[in-house]
Design a protein around this ligand. Structure first.
Ligand SMILES: [Zn+2]
Length: 282
């Protein structure tokens, strides 16, 4: 049980986030639960026999596949041509009152565009990358299931090539291009922005109304764990969703030995748990 001064400092941290009042529904611990039981880390851990490049590629494709199902709920037109996310509901690609995301125009200038348009561009950008055989080579002869020589759990520091010549990079031995990790990082950042917009603008309607809050919580918490474990998202990237990261550290969603847990302000998360009257782990 937290001490009084811990609760007070949790309030201070929460105040520094400048959250709207009342707080969004997804910061109520009762609505922040997920459907996955057992060890979340096991889902995010690379099997030792799988090459890091192939593992990162697999994570990109799997997390994108899950996220697309949520995007469609707000982006697909109904029979009258109406979309839940539109220029009136979401004039900007925002994540709450304090964050909004820009897209680069043809002159590479950052511009604010409506979230609906942003979601169209993100879907085109990511699916084009995943379908590009130069970035994601899908030739089965290029796939290697030999033990990977690197012991690091993070791809940001690729191991020295074992006897090969020239520069080394994550995925090189499986045929991925030198900029592969950069592309994957861009994709993860875009996916994060989409999740952030869905939480801030569309969690209640349609996700909660359709009973999908546990599904999206499962997908997003797994996404955060994976992206931080692979060092594709850092603490600054997580800022628009920091309070939820805090809550998931406090309620046991993020294992204590995970990077995501290390990026959390635990006292803020414990305060959110206390505010909801929930003190037990999910
Ligand atoms: Zn929207």
């Amino acid at each position: 049980m937290a001490e009084n001064n811990d609760l007070a400092s949790g309030d201070d941290i929460l105040a520094s986030y400048h959250l709207p009042s009342p707080k969004p529904l997804w910061l109520n611990a009762v609505y922040a639960r997920h459907i996955v039981r057992g060890n979340f880390m096991a889902l995010s851990a690379r099997p030792p026999t799988v090459d890091m490049g192939e593992w990162v590629a697999h994570q990109v494709v799997e997390h994108w596949r899950m996220l697309v199902t949520f995007i469609r709920l707000v982006h697909d037109k109904d029979e009258t041509g109406h979309t839940i996310c539109n220029g009136r509901t979401c004039p900007k690609m925002s994540a709450g009152p304090n964050h909004s995301f820009t897209w680069l125009n043809s002159r590479l200038e950052p511009v604010e565009i409506p979230a609906y348009e942003y979601l169209s561009l993100v879907q085109r950008y990511i699916s084009t990358k995943i379908d590009d055989a130069a970035v994601f080579p899908n030739d089965p002869t290029g796939v290697s299931f030999a033990p990977y020589p690197g012991a690091s759990s993070s791809p940001s520091s690729p191991p020295n090539s074992g006897g090969g010549s020239g520069p080394d990079w994550v995925g090189r031995r499986s045929g991925f291009p030198q900029n592969f990790l950069d592309v994957c990082q861009k994709i993860f950042r875009q996916m994060f922005r989409v999740y952030a917009h869905l939480y801030w603008s569309h969690f209640e309607d349609p996700l909660y109304h359709l009973g999908l809050e546990k599904s999206v919580n499962s997908c997003f918490s797994h996404f955060i764990l994976t992206a931080t474990t692979l060092d594709l998202l850092g603490p600054a990237d997580l800022e628009p969703m920091q309070a939820l990261v805090d809550l998931w550290a406090a309620n046991g969603t993020f294992p204590q030995d995970s990077r995501a847990y290390g990026y959390a302000n635990l006292r803020a998360g414990e305060r959110l748990l206390a505010l909801a009257g929930a003190t037990t782990a999910v």
